[in-house]
Design a protein around this ligand. Sequence first.
Ligand SMILES: Cc1cc2nc3c(=O)[nH]c(=O)nc-3n(C[C@H](O)[C@H](O)[C@H](O)COP(=O)(O)OP(=O)(O)OC[C@H]3O[C@@H](n4cnc5c(N)ncnc54)[C@H](O)[C@@H]3O)c2cc1C
Length: 456
Amino acid sequence: MSPYNFTATISAMADRTRIVILGGGFGGAYLAKELTKRLGSTEAEVVIIDRNNYFVFYPLLVEAGCGSIEPRHCTVPIREFAPKAELLMAEITGLDVPGKRVRIQHCGADDTHWVSYDHLIVALGSVTRILPDHICSGVKEHAFFMKTMSDAIVLRDRAIEALELANATDDPAQKKRLLHFVIVGGNVTGIEVVGELETFVREACSLYHHVSESDCSFTVYELAPEILGIVPEHLRNWAAHALEKRGISLKTGISVKEVHRDRVVQSNDEVVPCSTVIWTAGIAPNPLLTEMDGLTLNKFGGLDCNSDYSVVDCDNVWGMGDNAAVPGPNGKPMPPLAQIAIRQAPQVAHNIIATMRGGATKPGHVNVQGILVPLGRHKGIASIKGLKIHGVIAWMMWRGIYLMKTPRFGRKVRVALDWIIDLFCRRDFVQLGLLPKSHRELSHTHVEAEHGNDDH
Ligand SMILES: Cc1cc2nc3c(=O)[nH]c(=O)nc-3n(C[C@H](O)[C@H](O)[C@H](O)COP(=O)(O)OP(=O)(O)OC[C@H]3O[C@@H](n4cnc5c(N)ncnc54)[C@H](O)[C@@H]3O)c2cc1C
């Protein structure tokens, strides 16, 4: 029997409604805050279950990886953000909808527990979509991602490693390969990544004696005819032109079908040597949903929800955020964006409380307010409520808006100071030690082989 009574941390008052939120990310954490604000502590207890005790403030993740802000400054501690909710830092491992309980494994513990609920909200977010091998092989084994804090740091470590290896070789073809970075997926995340990574890698070159900026190359593959399909044509053309002027190659209407540690194979069979492939080609609902008993899912594996956020055919189970297909005002599922999850929170809270008190629920009605894309080097594009802006003003708007949206005063100050320091001082081009051994060994083996294991 476990020495820990984790569920004792959530009160056992029988007359209180227990609202359990799976996932304390943008959707879950904002919902917890909203519920605890609206409900008295004698009426309900709100419990968040998340594997982390923070959530990632995603709009700043790429910058955190590429060094213009300190990585931990793009996290938001859940206990501080929603102090009246109870947080269980645990892996969610199962769900029993008929039995109204969730199975969890508390962090650092070996055994699992059941936590019962009266209302359940599933806000487990999304994962990077990895295509089956017959469409593109080698992604899981060789590609890098941009979805978690460690992904961002691993990419930074990899970029530094590629620079170090390139500096240590006098073979021009190897140098070129090592400093060729490939991004698969030319929508917002892919473009944000290439914009920041290009800045990071080329700025770092000044520290290396045997590497120059012109040795570095960056290629974005996008299967659609154009990058940034989500933004208006005029802005996407402007962005494409700005990136190409910096030497970033945009290959549209084509993708890759094989990813290897030292090359990609394009869909037209052309082989392109490179060292680092970053996979940003779409997202999929959290696959854990498919393992959970009793949830109604759509054909994409997301929660099939009614327009009031309730999950189809599941009593007192609600969905929100990236893992839920909730029909919006136009009847189509609301898009997977933080700005959507945040504004869904008050509506979900209203509907849960209405159900608890015997009232009527309301349909959700959240629209995209605007899209902002930073392109690196103090440039960006912004499309907000009919306003279309590009260049330095759009970049400043991006920073201003996300600084305002960063939760809590202390975090805003930290981020603002990081940005000010970044304007005047060189970034720290150091590894933070997260690059997995598998990737490192492969790269070293290659260069050592060329140099016959000489000390260099
Ligand atoms: C690089 C990047 C940049 C982005 N930039 C923007 C932007 O500028 N603007 C915008 O609007 N959107 C942006 N997004 C999208 C946005 O981040 C998501 O739409 C948003 O986070 C969705 O919120 P969510 O609550 O559904 O999921 P999340 O915020 O991802 O939260 C899910 C939570 O569930 C937890 N979890 C998952 N599985 C388990 C488990 N088994 N056990 C325990 N806990 C678990 C996770 O730890 C996480 O905290 C960006 C996304 C990325 C990847």
